[in-house]
Design a binder for this molecule. Sequence first.
Ligand SMILES: *[C@@H]1O[C@H](CO)[C@@H](O)[C@H](O)[C@H]1NC(C)=O
Length: 389
Amino acid sequence: MVVPFRFCAAVLFLTCVCLISPPFCSGSRLFPTGEIDVGEGLLRFTEAPDYRNGDECAVSNNREKVSSCDASLVHIAMTLDSEYLRGSIAAAHSVLKHASCPENVFFHFIAAEFDPVSPRVLQKLVRSTFPSLSFKVYIFREDTVINLISSSIRQALENPLNYARNYLGDMLDPCVDRVIYLDSDVIVVDDIRKLWNITLTGSRVIGAPEYCHADFTKYFTEGFWSDPVLLRVFGSRKPCYFNTGVMVMDLSRWREGNYKKRIENWMEVQRKRRIYDLGSLPPFLLVFAGNVEAIDHRWNQHGLGGDNVRGSCRSLHPGPVSLLHWSGKGKPWVRLDAGTPCRIDILWKPYDLYKSTAKDQTLGLSSLSLSSFSSSSFSSLIGYSRILL
Ligand SMILES: *[C@@H]1O[C@H](CO)[C@@H](O)[C@H](O)[C@H]1NC(C)=O
């Protein structure tokens, strides 16, 4: 199953899979469902195609009711909230679409207790969008972290749910000893099991792409860098930046080493004296930087949302791509709806399951006419597609 996928450009994926592997298409159901009235209006998602395992997939020993303890599963944790809902749904869709064994993927969705769309409604929505998906929705209690959060440079970074990744060891069943954490603004364009299969050498707890050429100093304040006691945190480690939006986490080592507490301790320090400006990322850097398993950069082509202030357009970094990440201020669904997409946003669109209303069309998407893309941008999109091969 893996080989045919590699011949498909992301934008042509569905067509490509249908041509090469009919079994994946015969089960597709594309009739519209997934309308949920949440009071303020309808949340409308189209039902995703029904992705099925190929013959080479490990058979679950508990087919009827998949329990999260089944050893053949790939576990993915992601947050689910009203603001990034469309992103989370598209991300999950992309994982399933490119997985060689989509039925062996188990999603752990973390919802906030006081989200305007309740966890129960979110759960119904996921069920109607992905009728045969194995997943569980967890309720994250904001008061777990609310007193530990200090203000950061972008308001969205203060959302308590951003800290949920620190509590996966507590929330997920103890039998789950590895999990892939994914941000809601990613699209996976490769078989997720390749990422799942990486080895965390020695006693490493986390795997993520590392960026040793990035300026690590900018993630912390001068107050931090001028305090010799605080600096001891790195010991003999050479800290490198990594992004916490894509992480492979060994949850047994995480629980054993009480890493949740280690991260909380740094949040306490931050509350007393400001040692960084971003939200949930710096405490992870303090605890893990210089000691993460370096994964191939193809698994986090980050920064596609532009910077944290302006959200300007960015293009892909050179090299192969397995995961696209719209980190930064600009989100593809917002830019697409506003009729001001960046070229890269076109790669997100095929995974979008949101059904826009006629009103949305008039306001935004209809202005996304061909004229907004010059022929040169079209050829560079083709370029993107090639990179994705
Ligand atoms: C992942 O590892 C399993 C078990 O070792 C192996 O059977 C499978 O082929 C690997 N999958 C990929 C995509 O690397």
